[in-house]
Write a protein that binds this ligand. Structure first.
Ligand code: HXC
Ligand code: NAP
Length: 285
């Protein structure tokens, strides 16, 4: 789908790049000749991902533990990376989430998820953005949100408010920093099987069947499809796309939102026939 050197010369940081979608994007970026940094909290997961992706792609990959909730740790990480050369792309992918009844959540539960998703992305974006602006050079930020940023969603409220904030950050800075060459976009993925997401959000296997049924395409997305979109959005081929949130969910959220969708799926063939105009009646009028 892409030229092998599409991302040649690009230095990219992916937060949460040691697992799931972040790791899939790291692999794709390496295959397209980028130099990739990944960070996360778990040393062992990062080290294993670094080794696996280096062996698989032969590309330049570095991993460093960092908790994005900690602004000092983020500043240190970005300083270390910049000492080796400026980044061209920041992908804010690290997240925390779980299913819970909101009235049962502690303040710590809210702080944990909002701290990772919203404040963590803010810390990395400010650390990179200030450096890009000071140097008078451009940069690209790609934020990973969800499809419930505008609708909200019951039972994942800390995530919903944090991802909505991240979407607002995307659109706000796309405008404020656009004239200085910094592009900000987001991907809002629908369900894509990863250990991190599915272990926390789909507690019973049969719920996966129901989740697929809710989707017009009747299936989940794939990490490959996600990585392809991410590669396009961080490449120079998408240079005029700024402030956009690209939904890739097979049409799932639209199916949920459409007034007559569920009703239409319930109707029998006989009922559809009954809904058609009656030719005899029209002729007599
Ligand atoms: C209620 C919970 C909870 C749960 C944790 N807490 N899990 N409350 N229900 N299931 C509370 C704890 O009691 C604690 O509150 C606070 O949250 C912090 O929990 P810790 O375990 O101490 O935090 P930490 O180890 O930092 O873990 C953070 C985490 C965890 C967010 C809770 O789940 C995590 O590490 N997640 C990272 C990966 C992830 O979530 N990936 C999925 C992304 S999927 P107190 O009051 O004791 O401090 C996604 C997309 C969804 O976002 C869309 C799909 C279609
Ligand atoms: P995942 O594998 O759990 O990815 C989350 C990553 O974030 C992990 O690598 C985790 O590593 C890292 N992380 C969490 N807290 C961190 C912190 N404080 N500091 C640094 N890194 C941290 O789940 P995923 O499915 O790939 O999710 C990736 C992104 O896609 C997330 O933004 C998620 O909201 C979004 N998304 C996923 C889906 C889906 O269906 N999979 C759908 C919509 C949106 P550590 O635990 O080692 O820190």
């Amino acid at each position: 789908m892409f030229q092998k050197d599409l991302l040649n010369g690009k230095r990219i940081l992916i937060t949460g790049g040691g697992s799931g979608l972040g790791k899939a994007a790291a692999q794709k970026f390496l295959e397209l000749s980028a130099e990739v940094y990944i960070c996360g909290r778990r040393h062992d997961v990062l080290a294993a991902a670094e080794q696996e992706l280096r062996e698989r792609t032969g590309g330049k990959i570095h991993s460093r533990p960092c908790d994005v909730r900690d602004p000092a740790a983020v500043e240190e990480l970005i300083g270390i990376i910049w000492a080796e050369g400026p980044l061209d792309v920041l992908m804010n992918n690290a997240a925390g989430n779980f299913l819970a009844r909101t009235e049962e959540l502690s303040l710590g539960a809210f702080q944990s998820v909002i701290g990772i998703v919203l404040m963590g992305s803010l810390h990395t974006t400010m650390a990179c953005g200030r450096r890009w602006l000071a140097a008078g050079r451009g940069g690209v930020v790609l934020n990973i949100t969800t499809t419930y940023t505008t609708t909200g969603s019951a039972y994942v409220v800390p995530s919903a408010v944090a991802k909505a904030g991240l979407q607002a950050l995307t659109r706000s800075l796309a405008v404020e920093w656009g004239d200085r060459g910094i592009r900000m976009n987001a991907i809002a993925p629908g369900p894509i099987p990863t250990e991190g997401a599915f272990s926390r959000l789909l507690p019973r296997p049969e719920l996966e069947v129901a989740a697929k049924k809710r989707n017009p395409l009747g299936r989940f997305g794939t990490t490959e499809e996600f990585a392809n979109l991410a590669a396009f959005l961080v490449s120079d081929g998408s240079a005029y796309i700024n402030g956009e949130v690209v939904t890739m969910d097979g049409g799932e959220w639209l199916q949920g939102a459409g007034e007559f969708t569920a009703l239409g799926r319930e109707l029998t063939d006989k009922e559809w026939e009954m809904m058609k105009p009656n030719p005899k009646k029209s002729a007599s009028q």
